[in-house]
Design a protein around this ligand. Sequence first.
Ligand SMILES: NC(=O)c1ccc[n+]([C@@H]2O[C@H](COP(=O)([O-])OP(=O)(O)OC[C@H]3O[C@@H](n4cnc5c(N)ncnc54)[C@H](OP(=O)(O)O)[C@@H]3O)[C@@H](O)[C@H]2O)c1
Length: 167
Amino acid sequence: MNNKTINLIVAADENNAIGYKGGLLCYLPNDLRYFKRITDGHTVVMGRRTFESLPKGALPNRKNIVVTAADAEKFPGCTVVRSLDEALQQHDDGSEIFVIGGGQLYCTAFPAADVLYLTRVHHTFAEADTFFPEIDFSQWELVGRENHEADEKHKYAYTFLTYKRIK
Ligand SMILES: NC(=O)c1ccc[n+]([C@@H]2O[C@H](COP(=O)([O-])OP(=O)(O)OC[C@H]3O[C@@H](n4cnc5c(N)ncnc54)[C@H](OP(=O)(O)O)[C@@H]3O)[C@@H](O)[C@H]2O)c1
């Protein structure tokens, strides 16, 4: 059994939508900076399609693990594993581990997650094809909250929320 702390980090709209046609739903530069700050120096685990969506490939200054059945050479700079369990076994360097998407991998990881970094984007996107699982907030304690209004660089208001699973 895994006894590591599993962190999930996600940006989701009011309906838990997270993606459309292989990409994100919106561009929020502050959220990208926040993602970098939270995950910097740690281990990130992602599904194959999320890797394919990264504009510059593997994320710098982080150990990148890709979960896929595909050949390892398609994922330069990454450790390739066949399952989330294998990713957890591969993770032995003392860094924190973050599952960074997408929808399919979040579904597998969410039941085992201990900490959830949720950027709630205060909008409902009409077009979305990928979703984060439904969250039963009675099982989660809110431990951090930071509100941000829309501005000239951010079309939508958003809130950085941090939850810990109630044990
Ligand atoms: N808003 C956000 O925070 C956020 C974050 C990340 C991604 N996204 C968006 O989410 C979308 C991608 O998500 P997605 O659900 O389509 O794909 P995904 O989870 O990124 O990747 C799916 C693929 O990864 C592998 N995989 C995933 N879970 C697995 C498991 N439990 N066991 C074994 N293999 C597994 C499989 O690869 P193989 O088919 O190669 O075997 C599967 O086809 C994109 O639109 C992306 O922009 C949004």
